[in-house]
Design a protein around this ligand. Structure first.
Ligand SMILES: Nc1ncnc2c1ncn2[C@@H]1O[C@H](COP(=O)(O)OP(=O)(O)OP(=O)(O)O)[C@@H](O)[C@H]1O
Length: 624
């Protein structure tokens, strides 16, 4: 349906925007220190001069310090060739970008680095589909929407008017069609609606919130524009995420999507020198990606103002609103100068969304749409889940057996990447040491390591030079590391949602993966939720675990899940929740293609979910 709803939204936006007029680009003088709306930057025109020279990479936009190497495992190093061949995402030659073409963009010293490294690239290079993605895996996924006047989903990117430059970048990313969460979330966001979205790990949520933000800024659809203040950066969009690594990853992705759109993306996160980030902010920012702690610092120094924010996205929103981060988030969103809900557009995304957190989150939203792709908090059945009964004292030798088996299955002499989750930072260091001593190159990521060590460890792991990463929950959420074949829960978490995020580091973007958990009596409280989760994901539940689960008493804790096979579980639909009937506007259940779907009974249950007792402090010690 290439001309249905998406077109009418675009038309409505253009009408509402009023002054949006492509032709204006000609009236902007080059290099004048005045504001040029993003939709007028970089616009090719027949009269323009030759494109800028393929500038050498100034490196000025890199938030990650240049790395000289190292950073892998610290102990015996059977293969410590970390420096070889690693590139953190194509910081190749220069290219066009800000301050070129239509000119007038006063970020004069910057050259936009081509994040694709394809400066001489032509269209045909982008024709290929994103390598290996299996979209069939998503065909039957149930989708639930609730709220008033839910915009219909789209089936292709072509149905949505995202803008020419963004569409080109989507092709460069080799995204041929939208994933289910993108099909629904992008039209909802382009329609100006607030959104609480829950979709399985690895299903493309980052693009689902980045595309509408970039597209909206490109359109320059705000009557008001952010002024240039000498020392205070005034972004139009803010994306918050819980960890430094995830913020960096979102920044890298967003830079690809925003390449040559004229929309500038900057990242700010703790543990890295603030001066470099301040300099970057001074050069101008449209989208700020940040961790909450560093952002509060910048706000208190009055180096960032939020008064022009039009888009707020919280990635891993349930984590951002649990006890660890909630005070900081409330400060940023409610106590500084950010426009209120309804004036700004707010998008919350996660793979898990406990009802207690949904209730908290609703403070940040105005008349929002709830979207669930797959069951809220479910794991994808692309991940084969195994649970093995292993006593504490046997865990190391058991891990060794798994790693030996995996080494035997290595491809092209390379061992598949294995991510091992442990409970504590000390435990991570101890296991890393032991693995290295036993000939398994391992490194760690946890909150006691310096930021540089963390980044180096991650790079060494991603590159395959150190194919085992031992991690605390700091690596549980959001990280998109290709080729993670196996996630081992050496220590099971105490919260089933943490388990869902951890195993979600494998089996991403339609690919399959393996997750093994070591279970013993210390994990008895996890027996029931684990067994329920595995059943939902069509996994084989071992008989001994089923017996444990049957014995486990239900105490109303946060690990308690509802009984249905699929449930959208918008907390507004809970019969315990009643705000006078003006809140919930009905729900729809579809498959991923927007067709009304049957076959998934019930599942919203007043009896289900995360009743009682507040949402716990999680694993704050393991986090930033
Ligand atoms: N439409 C698409 N076509 C092909 N690949 C895609 C598409 N959208 C996203 N991807 C790829 O899928 C992978 C997972 O995406 P992303 O990291 O956004 O997942 P996520 O849903 O945010 O996961 P998590 O819950 O773990 O944070 C990324 O490598 C991304 O490039």
């Amino acid at each position: 349906m290439p001309t249905s709803w998406a077109d009418s939204v675009a038309a409505a936006e253009n009408t509402a925007a009023g002054s949006y007029n492509v032709g204006n680009s000609n009236s902007v003088a080059p290099n004048r220190p005045t504001y040029v709306p993003p939709h007028l930057r970089n616009r090719p025109s027949s009269s323009e001069a030759a494109p800028p020279p393929a500038a050498a990479n100034s490196g000025s936009t890199s938030a990650v310090p240049a790395v000289g190497g190292g950073g892998g495992h610290r102990w015996a190093a059977p293969r410590n060739d970390f420096r070889a061949g690693y590139s953190s995402g194509g910081r190749g030659g220069g290219g066009g970008g800000w301050n070129n073409r239509s000119g007038g963009w006063d970020r004069g010293r910057d050259r936009e680095v081509n994040p694709f490294g394809d400066d001489d690239g032509t269209e045909q290079q982008f024709d290929q589909e994103n390598t290996g993605i299996n979209f069939d895996a998503y065909e039957d996924i149930p989708v639930e929407t609730s709220g008033d006047n839910v915009p219909p989903p789209v089936n292709t990117f072509a149905e949505i008017d995202l803008g020419e430059a963004l569409n080109l970048n989507i092709r460069r990313c080799k995204y041929v069609k939208p994933t289910p969460v993108q099909r629904y979330a992008i039209p909802i966001s382009l329609g100006g609606r607030d959104l609480m979205a829950c979709a399985q790990t690895g299903s493309g949520k980052t693009a689902a919130f980045c595309f509408p933000i970039i597209s909206g800024i490109m359109r320059g659809q705000f009557g008001q524009r952010a002024p240039r203040m000498p020392r205070t950066a005034c972004p139009l969009a803010l994306i918050l995420s819980p960890t430094r690594e995830l913020s960096c990853q979102i920044h890298e992705e967003a830079k690809k999507f925003a390449y040559q759109t004229g929309v500038k993306v900057v990242v700010a996160y703790g543990g890295a020198p603030i001066n470099q980030q301040l300099r970057e902010l001074e050069r101008g920012v449209d989208i700020l990606v940040a961790t909450p702690g560093r952002l509060v610092d910048l706000l208190e120094r009055a180096r960032v103002s939020l008064q022009f924010i039009r888009y707020l996205a919280l990635d891993e929103a349930d984590r951002m609103l649990d006890m660890g981060f909630e005070p900081q988030i409330r400060k940023i969103v409610q106590q500084m100068d950010m426009p209120p809900p309804g004036v700004r557009q707010t998008m919350l995304f996660s793979a898990t969304f406990p009802k207690e957190i949904q209730r908290l989150a609703s403070d940040f939203l105005a008349s929002y749409i709830f979207l669930a792709v797959g069951r809220v908090g479910s794991s994808t059945d692309l991940i084969v889940q195994r649970v093995e009964y292993v006593q504490e004292s046997d865990k190391r030798s058991h891990l060794m057996d798994l790693l030996h088996a995996q080494r035997a299955n290595g491809v092209h002499g390379k061992q598949a990447l294995t991510l091992v989750f442990v409970e504590t930072k000390k435990g991570a260091d101890a296991l890393e040491y032991w693995l290295c001593m036993n000939g398994f190159p391992a490194t760690t990521i946890h909150g006691d390591r310096t930021q540089q060590e963390r980044e180096l460890a991650l790079r060494s792991f991603k590159s395959g030079n150190t194919p085992i990463l031992v991690a605390t929950d700091v690596a549980a959420r959001g990280l998109d590391i290709p080729h993670v074949a196996h996630v081992v829960n050496f220590d099971l978490p105490n919260d089933i949602d943490d388990y869902v995020h951890r195993i979600g580091r494998t089996g991403r973007a339609g690919k399959s993966g393996l997750a093994t958990a070591f279970f013993n009596d210390n994990n008895a409280s996890m027996a029931r939720p684990l067994s329920d989760l595995m059943q939902e994901a069509n996994q084989e539940v071992p008989a001994w675990l089923a017996r444990y689960a049957a014995r486990a008493s239900y105490g109303g804790g946060k690990n308690r899940r509802g009984g249905g096979r699929f449930g959208g579980r918008d907390f507004r639909r809970d019969s315990n929740f009643n705000r006078g009937g003006d809140y919930y506007g009905g729900g729809n259940m579809n498959n991923a293609y927007g067709e009304p779907g049957g076959g998934y009974g019930g599942g919203y249950g007043a009896s289900g979910g995360y009743g009682g007792g507040g949402y716990g402090p999680g694993v704050a010690s393991a986090w930033d």
